[in-house]
Ligand binder design. Sequence first.
Ligand code: MN
Ligand code: MN
Length: 322
Amino acid sequence: MKEYKPLNPLKVPRFSDIRTFWRLPYLKNVPKDVDFVIVGIPFDTGASYRVGARYGPEAIRSQSLILRSHNPALDITPFEYCSGIDYGDIQVIPGFIEHSYESIEKEYFSIIRRDVIPIALGGDHSITLAELRAIAKKYGPVALVQFDAHTDTDPDYYGHRYNHGTTFIRAVEEGLLLVDHSIQVGIRGSTYSKGEIDNARNLGFEVITAEEAYKTGIDYVAKRIQERVGDARVFVTFDIDFVDPAYAPGTGTPEVGGFTSRETLELIRKGLKGLNFVGFDLVEVYPQYDPGFITSLLAAHVIFEFISLIALNKKAGLEAKV
Ligand code: MN
Ligand code: MN
């Protein structure tokens, strides 16, 4: 077992001690031989409708206490192959998006320069632009897999360039993405205008709407993700509103007609398995709209799958060397 891992739930009960993600060690200095870092980005000034995602990281950490050590669905015990820490939260400046972008990019870059895979807890979806700026600074442009009810490619809101609905048009304009290897899945709901989904396609994204996904099925969508990304380095951004509000009501811009939590887990396991990850985030969890904590509970389990996928890659790398 690796050094940086969760407390043992059969020795220290899961409800006890301080609430980091999965009860990982809380460390502000990223040690050597750490594979992934959990980092909170509690910024919600980019939201266009409801507010409150600043409390998302805290809620996801609280619900992550239930996680145990083995993932039977992927047949992996993550901490046999990888190690991770919880960095706590990055400094944001509530009310000031451009200054927060600078602050997030700088601190996030100081983490990823240690050659770790960051897993960020949002925050609204505006934060992903700052993450991608830091990622591109380290790796150059990368592929994007975006699970979302929305394309987030609107040109502006209220005459301003930055909010959670403009993130990915800005990312394309700034040259942060390998757009030919990027894909958006789960798009649905009413739009501001007739051509909105086509706008995302015109930027170069492959877009699979929720309706197309129902018709073609999980296996087909998973295959499209795998083929689209190929061997490219990939950033995975998961907007919790991808999931139907019956399963994830605690979000900023809920859209009916989405995926169940079971379908979501299956698509993540099949669609992302073996990809060359450089980072993940999970955004748009709003605890004050979350009865029974079901949204943050699901978020914690989605991240459990991400960590399991990182571990599977590490295991495959070790086996390839033997
Ligand atoms: Mn989004
Ligand atoms: Mn969304």
